[in-house]
Design a protein around this ligand. Structure first.
Ligand code: GTP
Ligand code: MG
Length: 309
């Protein structure tokens, strides 16, 4: 199917899109309104129709189980630095998937993101991908000093490790969305194997306050998650996102995935790990809702050199 066959796409538009690298209907189907708007100069309403039409044609294309298996063969795992946590996740965090870390303040979300930004650089035999990291920092909590400590802890050259982490500060939720939309080029150029979004939700919480804005917030956040999922699929990389929630004293009786303050991410992440503080400075990670792994818990610690058993 040619681009011109999409409703609202004339010859001139199709040409513009092709020049910008959108050569197939498929590439339109997975594009976001924002990126197409800039290239085509068309209105959001029209673009929504075009993208919808492109997506509808895609839904006719089924994959066989074998094809899915083939795609999953390219899936890789990144070690978390703790054997217990790796076991819980069946070997580490997966590429082609979004892993959500949620838990209260100080539960270790940011520390794990730092650790993964280091570990993705490890050679494959040591649980890495020998690729680099993109760190989307929304709370200004990225600390190069921690990276240096963790790199040393892995016997890696700290300067190289630091150089191979690209940090993008996101100043508000729209900016955060924009960064992910624009990330494709950078991902290719810098050979990115991990994207950490720390925190996924903080800007969305402060930008969309009040009951009336909940639907808007949800919609934007869903789109952001879809953008991230698209990057995972196209570039065979791992995405880890963090989400601060308040601890629930009734955790063991209630539903841990429905935290106070409202759970805004829903179920668009593939793996969800609930983190909590435990006795003696230890941390507990609990796997929730995994498509192919049993639920369970792992105890780990945060030390000077990073995440360990
Ligand atoms: P919020 O972003 O506030 O929601 O918390 P978080 O879940 O991101 O917490 P974070 O990952 O920042 O964890 C902070 C905790 O990590 C601290 O309370 C320490 O227990 C631990 N930590 C951080 N740096 C070090 C360090 O250099 N040495 C040791 N031993 N522990 C550290
Ligand atoms: Mg944090």
């Amino acid at each position: 199917m040619e681009l011109e066959e999409l409703p609202g796409v004339g010859e001139a538009t199709a040409e513009k899109l092709r020049e910008a690298g959108y050569k197939t209907v498929e590439s339109i189907a997975v594009a976001s309104i924002g990126e197409l708007k800039e290239i085509s100069g068309m209105g959001e309403g029209t673009l929504m129709k075009i993208i919808d039409a492109a997506r509808n044609t895609l839904q006719m294309r089924f994959m066989t189980g074998t094809e899915v298996m083939e795609k999953r063969k390219n899936m890789r795992k990144i070690t978390l630095g703790s054997k217990k946590l790796d076991e819980l996740l069946g070997g580490g965090i997966e590429t082609q998937a979004i892993t959500e870390l949620f838990g209260e303040f100080g539960s270790g979300k940011t520390q794990i993101c730092h650790q993964l930004a280091v570990n993705v650089q490890l050679p494959e035999e040591r649980g890495g991908l020998e690729r680099n990291a993109l760190y989307i920092d929304t709370e200004n909590t990225f600390r190069p000093e921690r990276i240096i400590q963790m790199a040393k802890g892995m016997d890696l050259d700290p300067d190289t490790v630091l150089e191979n982490i690209i940090i993008a500060r996101a100043y508000n939720s729209d900016h955060q969305i924009l960064i992910t939309e624009k990330a494709s080029e950078l991902i290719k150029e810098k050979n990115i194997g991990l994207i950490a979004v720390d925190s996924l939700t903080s800007h969305f919480r402060s930008d969309y306050t009040g009951r009336g804005m909940l639907a808007d917030r949800q919609q934007k956040l869903n789109r952001h998650m879809h953008d991230l999922q698209r990057l995972c699929d196209i570039h065979n990389l791992a995405v880890v996102v963090t989400n601060q929630v308040m601890a629930r004293p009734d955790f063991f009786f209630g539903d841990p995935t429905a935290p106070i303050g409202g759970h805004v991410v829903g179920h668009s992440s593939t793996f969800r790990i609930y983190l909590r503080k435990s006795k003696g400075g230890k941390r507990v990670g609990r796997l929730i809702d995994s498509p192919n792994l049993p639920e369970g818990e792992a105890i780990f610690s945060l030390s000077e050199v990073g995440v360990r058993d």
